[in-house]
Design a protein around this ligand. Structure first.
Ligand code: 5GP
Ligand code: MN
Length: 348
């Protein structure tokens, strides 16, 4: 998948560049952390000095990944992180397409004189990169790290730690190989990762069977009391406000995957999940859809958000009631669209 001048350019940097910073998006998921750590282990194996910086936090369900414990959190120590960003020879940007996604890290990134390398699978990458490898057709950025290592001729140098990080990213970005995962090539890659010694069943358990009791009870509450269906619009919406989250001792990451649950209902083609983030003073929006239905368009049309066709997000500044109003009005507006992909939502 990866070849040509851009890979050559990155290969040239590897000849002279000693200090690397790896950046990924705020609210990092399994692919963000998995791809960043895989890249870090790879570069360290080549004798480089590497540090991974995330804007805000590392979710608990990924703390077992090799190297997760010494990821630097920008918001914990902005000055030291900025210094690392300014001193870097190369900044590798993984799993995001535009600087808005790195939040408060953006200004240091933009001011840094380092060479800037993007490896990502989100559509519409920005233009702040010297080398840009953007492949929206890839399952995950972690898959792209695999391709990059191979394109650089280093498949033999890939060890089980790198393989573990890559598989975690592929697994979490494809819902454990249940979407965006129909390419036979992806299964070839997984087969290679197994050859490298990963235990994929254990990785599944570590990621998905790591719930607290209150998290599982929150899931029950959501399904029973908080999921609203709009059957004539093939759509579902879940909302959780701050008081509800507190009632279930909410910890960051506890609502991961909730947005996917309504898609298990026959006929539901688009699902939204709105979570109040009282600390940040926003409502965090997540959207998922099936097939041709472009939930990233719904997010950008009505909430200035974005993402992939079947997995998108955004932020809303205002009350939950206002967000829900805009959501319902948005569905009404869309119901007038003549576009086939959108029309699928509206039961005639
Ligand atoms: P999630 O629902 O997992 O937070 O996000 C799903 C996808 O939506 C992400 O991979 C990303 O592409 C996109 N996304 C999430 N939050 C935002 C946001 O605030 N703005 C934009 N433009 N895209 C987002
Ligand atoms: Mn990803």
């Amino acid at each position: 998948m990866l070849s040509g001048n851009d890979v050559m350019e990155f290969r040239n940097w590897l000849e002279w560049a000693g200090r690397y910073v790896i950046l990924t998006h705020m609210g990092p998921d399994g692919d963000a952390i998995g791809s960043s750590l895989a890249m870090r282990h790879y570069l360290e194996g080549k004798g480089k000095q590497v540090v991974v910086i995330v804007p805000d936090s590392i979710p608990g369900f990924l703390e077992w990944l090799p190297g997760a414990n010494d990821i630097k959190v920008f918001s914990d120590n902005p000055d030291a992180c900025e210094e690392l960003i300014y001193q870097a020879d190369v900044i590798c940007c993984l799993d995001f397409n535009v600087v808005k996604r790195i939040d408060k890290v953006a200004s240091a990134f933009l001011f840094s004189k380092a060479k800037k390398f993007l490896l990502d699978h989100h559509p519409y990458p920005g233009n702040t990169f010297d080398v840009l490898l953007s492949h929206p057709e890839a399952s995950s950025t972690s898959e792209l790290v695999f391709h990059l290592i191979c394109a650089l001729g280093d498949y033999r140098k890939m060890d089980s730690e790198i393989a573990k990080c890559i598989y975690t990213g592929i697994m979490t970005d494809t819902g454990a190989l249940s979407y965006k995962s129909n390419s036979s090539n992806l299964f070839m890659i997984i087969s290679h990762l197994l050859d490298k010694g990963i235990d994929k069943d254990e990785i599944y358990r570590l990621v998905y069977h790591d719930y607290s009791e209150s998290r599982l009870r929150l899931q029950g509450f959501v399904l029973c009391d908080k999921m609203q269906l709009f059957p004539d619009k093939s759509t579902a919406l879940i909302t959780l406000n701050d008081a509800e989250l507190k009632r279930f001792n909410y910890n960051k990451g506890d609502t991961e995957g909730f947005v996917n649950m309504p898609l298990q209902i026959k006929g539901v083609l688009m699902s939204a999940f709105f979570r109040e983030d009282a600390e940040a003073g926003i409502i965090k929006l997540s959207f998922r859809s099936v097939g041709d239905v472009p939930c990233n368009r719904f997010s950008s049309d009505f909430f200035n958000g974005g993402g992939h066709q079947n997995a998108a997000g955004g932020e809303f500044k205002g009350t939950m009631e206002q967000a829900v109003r805009i959501f319902i009005d948005g569905l009404e507006k869309w119901s007038e669209s003549t576009e086939k992909c959108i029309g699928q939502l509206f039961v005639k």
